[in-house]
Design a protein around this ligand. Structure first.
Ligand code: PBG
Length: 326
C-alpha cells in the first residue's frame, strides 16, 4: 500500500512535544475574580453558585488574603447596598458598600488590580440599570449618575471601572467625568457587547438585582445579533474605551472572535454566573470532570480571542495551574 496522507499524530505522541506545540496557554495573570460584598456580617453562600459567597467587609479582608496567596492578580467588586432608592444614591455614595470595599482591598493588598462594575440595577427598587420613569428606562438622565458612580469608585481607589449598564453614551460620559476630575490615567473596560441573557440568572439572586418589572431587552442586546455587536463596540472605541468586553462568553465565542478581529483594543470575556452554575451542578452530580471542563472552557475563550478572563472559576483555576506546575 502506498497511501498519501499527513501524520498529524506525530506531534501528539510525546507529552513534552505536545506542550511545545500548544497554541494557547491559560495563565493566572489572565484572570479577574468577581466578588459580592454586603453590609451584613459574615459570609453567606450564594445557593445557585456553589463556592461563591456574599462577603462582609471583614470577610473581604480574608478573601483578599486568599486571592493574594493564590496569585490572582485582579478582582471585580459588586456591591449589595443596604438601601435602594429611585436615584440609586448608594451607587455613588462616599460610604457606599463598593466604595468601602475598594478601600478595604487597597488597605489589605495595594498591589491587586481593583476593578468595579458600574451599574445602577442593584441600587434602585426597579432593579434596572438606568433611571426609570414610568415603564421606561431613560438613557440620557442615567448618564450623569453612572459617571458619578464611576468617579466615586475611582476616588475610593479603584484602578479600573467597568460600566455594565448598556446605556448609550456612558463611556463618553464616564471618560469626561474622570478626565475633568484629573483621573486621565484610569482605564475604562466597557461591557461593550452585553446580551440580554438568561445566563445571568444566578447573578441576579447573588446581587439582589432582578428587575421588578419587565426585562432588560430595551438596553441589553438581542442574542441573535452579531453585526450589532460590532456597532456597539465601535461606539465604545470612539467614546474612549480602553478595553472591550463580550458577555456572556460560552454561547458567544463567534462574537469574541469577530470583535477581536475588528478592533485593536484588548478584549475581555465574562464567563457569567449561569455558565459557572451549570458546570458546578453537573460536576456535583459526578456527570463531568470539573477540572478538565473548566480548563477546556478557559482555553477556548483565550483561543477565541479574549486576553482577560472574568470568571468565578479563577480560584479553582489558580489551584489547577499550581498543581500542574505551570
Ligand atoms: C449588572 C450586571 C449583571 C452582571 C454583571 N453586571 C447582571 C445583569 O445585567 O442582569 C451579570 C454577571 C453574571 O451573570 O455573572 N448590570
Amino acid at each position: 500500500m502506498n497511501l498519501q496522507f499527513e501524520r498529524h499524530r506525530r506531534l501528539r505522541n510525546h507529552p513534552i512535544l505536545r506542550e511545545m506545540v500548544r497554541e494557547t496557554q491559560v495563565h493566572i495573570s489572565d484572570f479577574m475574580y468577581p466578588l459580592f460584598v454586603t453590609h451584613d456580617e459574615g459570609r453567606h453562600p450564594v445557593l445557585s453558585m456553589p463556592g461563591v459567597d456574599h462577603l462582609s467587609l471583614e470577610e473581604l479582608k480574608r478573601e483578599v488574603e486568599t486571592l493574594s496567596e493564590l496569585g490572582i492578580p485582579s478582582l471585580m467588586i459588586f456591591g449589595i447596598p443596604a438601601i435602594k432608592d429611585d436615584l440609586s444614591s448608594e451607587a455613588y455614595a462616599e460610604e457606599g458598600i463598593v466604595q468601602q470595599a475598594i478601600r478595604v482591598v487597597k488597605q489589605e493588598n495595594p498591589k491587586l488590580l481593583v476593578a468595579t462594575d458600574v451599574c445602577l440595577c442593584q441600587y434602585n427598587p426597579a432593579g434596572h440599570c438606568g433611571i426609570v420613569h414610568g415603564d421606561q428606562i431613560v438613557n440620557d438622565e442615567s448618564l450623569e449618575l453612572l459617571a458619578q458612580t464611576a468617579l466615586s469608585h475611582v476616588i475610593a481607589g479603584a484602578d479600573l471601572v467597568a460600566p455594565s449598564d448598556m446605556m448609550d453614551g456612558r463611556v463618553a460620559a464616564i471618560r469626561a467625568k474622570l478626565d475633568e476630575a484629573g483621573f486621565v490615567q484610569t482605564p475604562i473596560m466597557a461591557y461593550s457587547v452585553k446580551y440580554a441573557s438568561a445566563f445571568y440568572g444566578p447573578f441576579r439572586e447573588a446581587a439582589h438585582s432582578a428587575p421588578a418589572f419587565g426585562d432588560r431587552r430595551s438596553y441589553q442586546m438581542d442574542p441573535a445579533n452579531l453585526r450589532e455587536a460590532i456597532r456597539e463596540a465601535r461606539s465604545d472605541v470612539a467614546e474612549g474605551a480602553d478595553i472591550l468586553m463580550v458577555k456572556p462568553a460560552l454561547a458567544y465565542m463567534d462574537v469574541i472572535r469577530a470583535v477581536k478581529e475588528s478592533f485593536d483594543l484588548p478584549l475581555a470575556a465574562y464567563n457569567v454566573s449561569g455558565e459557572y452554575a451549570m458546570v458546578k451542578a453537573a460536576a456535583m452530580q459526578g456527570w463531568i470532570d470539573e477540572r478538565s471542563v473548566v480548563m477546556e472552557m478557559m482555553t477556548g475563550l483565550k483561543r477565541a480571542g479574549a486576553e482577560i478572563l472574568i470568571s468565578y472559576f479563577a480560584k479553582d483555576v489558580a489551584r489547577y495551574l499550581r498543581e500542574s506546575g505551570s
